[in-house]
Design a protein around this ligand. Structure first.
Ligand SMILES: *Cc1c(COP(=O)(O)O)cnc(C)c1O
Length: 413
């Protein structure tokens, strides 16, 4: 893996060596459970509380409002199902949007089958939700608005502050899935006016299988996991001590590095987008050009399947010794080649939705890595297009991105 260029950091990140270092202290002799009363476990308890403080500091929260979970999937399920059940008597209406992560959409569908009503708001051609649509959708029986902070596929950052001002005024809970934004851009629960916020360790150089849900004091929510009295009786189960300590360390490092890292990655991102637009015809930048995560690039390349590009880039050749790992919105978990619901929600025609490539950089990637990866991308795309029976250069399906003239996608925004 050493020589590989890993550009799939929206899927997961390499655990920081410092994080691995502190975690290992809790994997060996120091195996005491924080729940026990004798001194052996009390060290673990202290370590957990220190991690909670680091996490709270990162998102501007009170440490008492942080609850450790197994990751953003659990946090999202808990927020949605937990609030829905707690406020069942008040109403059974939830608002979200069409381009959400499956860990939001699936719990919503689950509730729909059991009598709840869910409004899936549309997004514009850049993936943005219109706050006025949120205001318009809130009803007497609305109990929760759940909105992603930054989209995992296209990187678009939602106007959560504006949405939060609306939900606060109307007295409706706002849950924010911040799995992609925490540790990458400033996240402050007060500035966002949110009541609940999900985050995940492995998305910002922490360990996998650990995350948290921020629950503002006084918010009504029932537990998802029942059993022991951990996390103030709100999330049962013996604590994942190494994971939580690692998450705390990742939060501490993220807070320290956030500003310079954002600046460096934004410059790298825009440099790469510039090169792509200069060297390739008939492409579309998916997601908002500036309101996007510093490390996210998502382009549709007309005439080819994203999956073909993804696989071609991942095999080293004699000329290209370094494999490049990217992701695509057209490969489906189920193995069928359905374009992603997110790209379809943007209004992309099927042929562009099929040709999407997502490159998400990390704190380790340099301009040199980017040049190398892009040169292979240009080569591979050229080769695949030459073999494509459908591609005609300059057909202007979407030649210059969402703002391009004569772009078919423009009508969608
Ligand atoms: C990764 C991710 C999740 C799931 O997080 P896990 O901790 O892997 O369960 C949920 N939402 C978004 C936006 C993500 O990027």
């Amino acid at each position: 893996m050493d020589k590989a260029i890993f550009l799939d950091n929206a899927a997961t990140t390499r655990t920081d060596p410092e994080v691995v270092g502190v975690m290992s202290e809790w994997l060996g002799d120091n195996f005491g459970s924080p729940a026990t009363l004798y001194t052996f476990g009390s060290q673990a308890k202290q370590a957990i509380e220190q991690a909670r403080q680091h996490l709270a500091d990162l998102i501007g929260a009170d440490q008492k409002d942080i609850y450790f979970t197994s990751g953003a999937t659990e946090s999202n399920n808990w927020a949605i199902k937990g609030v829905a059940e707690a406020l069942e008597e008040k109403g059974k209406h939830i608002i979200t949007n069409q381009a959400e992560h499956h860990s939001i959409l699936m719990p919503c569908r689950h509730l729909e089958k059991r009598g709840w009503d869910v409004t899936y708001l549309p997004v514009d051609g850049d993936g943005l939700v219109n706050p006025e649509d949120v205001a318009g959708a809130i009803r007497e029986d609305t109990v929760l608005v759940t909105m992603v902070h930054a989209n995992h596929e296209i990187g678009t950052i939602q106007p959560i502050e504006e949405i939060g001002a609306i939900t606060r005024e109307k007295g409706v809970y706002l849950h924010v899935n911040a799995a992609q934004s925490v540790g990458h851009i400033p996240v402050d629960v007060a500035a966002l006016s949110c009541d609940l916020l999900s985050l995940s360790g492995h998305k910002f150089y922490g360990p996998k299988g650990v995350g948290a849900l921020y629950i503002k004091r006084g918010v009504r929510i029932v537990p998802l996991l029942l059993g022991g009295g951990q996390e103030k009786k709100r999330r049962a189960g013996t604590h994942n001590v190494p994971g939580i300590v690692g998450l705390g360390k990742a939060a501490e490092l993220a807070r320290k590095n956030l500003g310079p890292e954002m600046e460096r990655l934004t410059a790298l991102r825009d440099y790469m987008i510039g090169l792509i637009e200069k060297n390739m015809d008939d492409i579309r930048l998916n997601g908002h050009r500036t309101r996007r995560l510093p490390n996210n690039i998502n382009v549709s390349i007309e005439g080819i399947e994203g999956e073909s590009i993804m696989l071609s880039l991942s095999y080293p050749t004699a000329a290209n010794a370094r494999p490049v790992f990217v992701s695509t919105g057209s490969a489906c978990v189920s193995g069928t080649l359905e374009p992603s619901h997110i790209l379809l929600a943007l209004g992309l025609p099927a042929e562009l939705a099929h040709g999407s490539v997502r490159m998400t950089m990390s704190r380790h990637d340099t301009r040199e890595d980017a040049d190398y990866a892009l040169n292979i991308l240009f080569e591979v795309a050229e080769r695949l297009r030459a073999m494509s029976p459908v591609y005609k250069r300059g057909s202007k399906k979407c030649a210059s991105g969402s703002s391009g003239e004569g772009c078919d996608c423009e009508a969608a925004s």
